[in-house]
Design a protein around this ligand. Structure first.
Ligand code: PBG
Length: 324
């Protein structure tokens, strides 16, 4: 049966009917808000390439998070900017590291937040790579111990979930075992499973000062050309104990999000990364696009592709718009 019996426009003719047949609904429940925390007091340092994003000291971050709490954003994802960096990224797993301090403060002020911590060394290493270096190469297995130590120290500080973003082989298993041994068996792992070697992380590296000092991340992050490989990465992470799997970035990888969702039926997070944020911000500032509509369309698209969780720097705006 086709036209004129079938007229798809009937179901688009007014907002009520559109609401009834809408397939994808973006909700505040889907959002995770990434934030950058640094040492000091009274610090709110704007990130130049990410308008509206700041490096906050803990006191200022707590103030900023009041709005996120009011808007009932369920999760925040913490990135730390250490006071000093070294070859082995010591502050990542230091008892009084910036993340450890921030987690304690946030959990005390806002016990309702799901506090997620990024597990990686690149923000803490002097060379800016995500693992230990020998002869110009990133070592895999010796890095695993440090990642596991980092995860345990975050959990001990009160983190509700850990999110390894380093892309070392076997890290989810190493982190899972270490958490279990220390009595944190109920702390979930959200694994950056299919994390691509992407130019879209540029502004984040400004924000976190984490650009590699030599070479690039192509020997550990994935080749943007591959999606079968993404399924293998996700499968390995699930085998090793991942509870939530992530695809990152989101927009150039919508097909990967869909394949991962269809293949495994696991909760899928998609990271709407810094470059994706900055491109919209820049175009909107020029008056070339309607920021609100572009953001809502983008995030709805990410959900429609199969994401259950959307990690986005737009989380506060979106939560506000969803209330209007
Ligand atoms: C750390 C990490 C990165 C991002 C999240 N965790 C940067 C990188 O891999 O270089 C990027 C997030 C973003 O661009 O918003 N490994």
């Amino acid at each position: 049966m086709t036209f004129p019996a079938q007229r798809p426009r009937r179901l688009r003719s007014n907002e009520n009917i559109r609401r009834m047949v809408r397939e994808t609904v973006l909700s505040v429940d889907d959002l995770v808000y990434p934030v950058f925390v640094t040492h000091g007091k009274g610090v709110a340092r704007p990130v130049e390439s990410m308008p509206g994003v700041y490096n906050y000291s803990i006191d200022m971050l707590l103030r900023h998070l009041e709005e996120a709490a009011r808007l009932k954003i369920p999760g925040i994802l913490l990135f730390g900017i250490p006071a000093a960096k070294d070859e082995v990224g010591s502050e990542a797993y230091a008892e009084d590291g910036i993340i450890q301090q921030a987690v304690r403060a946030i959990k005390e002020a806002f016990p309702e937040f799901l506090v997620i911590t990024d597990i990686c060394l690149c923000e803490y290493t002097s060379h800016g790579h995500c693992g230990l270096i020998r002869d110009g190469r990133v070592l895999n297995d010796p890095t695993l111990d440090l990642l596991a130590r980092t995860a345990v120290s975050h959990a001990a500080a009160g983190a509700d979930m850990v999110a390894p973003s380093d892309m070392m082989d076997g890290r989810v298993g190493a982190i899972r075992r270490a958490l279990d041994e220390e009595g944190f068996e109920s702390v979930p792992v959200m694994a950056y499973s299919a994390k691509y070697a992407s130019a879209f992380y540029g502004p984040f590296r400004d924000a976190a000062g984490s650009a590699p000092q030599f070479g690039d991340r192509k020997a550990y992050q994935m080749d943007p050309a591959n999606s079968d490989e993404a399924l293998r990465e996700v499968w390995l992470d699930i085998e090793e104990g991942a509870d939530i799997v992530m695809v990152k970035p989101a927009l150039a990888y919508m097909d990967v999000i869909r394949r991962v969702k269809d293949e495994f039926g696991y909760p899928v997070a998609a990271y709407n990364v810094s470059g994706e944020y900055s491109m919209i911000k820049a175009a909107a500032q020029k008056g070339w696009v309607d920021e609100r509509r572009i953001v809502m369309e983008t995030l709805t698209g990410i959900k429609r592709a199969g994401a259950d969780i959307v990690i986005t720097y737009f989380a506060l705006d979106v939560a506000k718009w969803l209330r209007e």
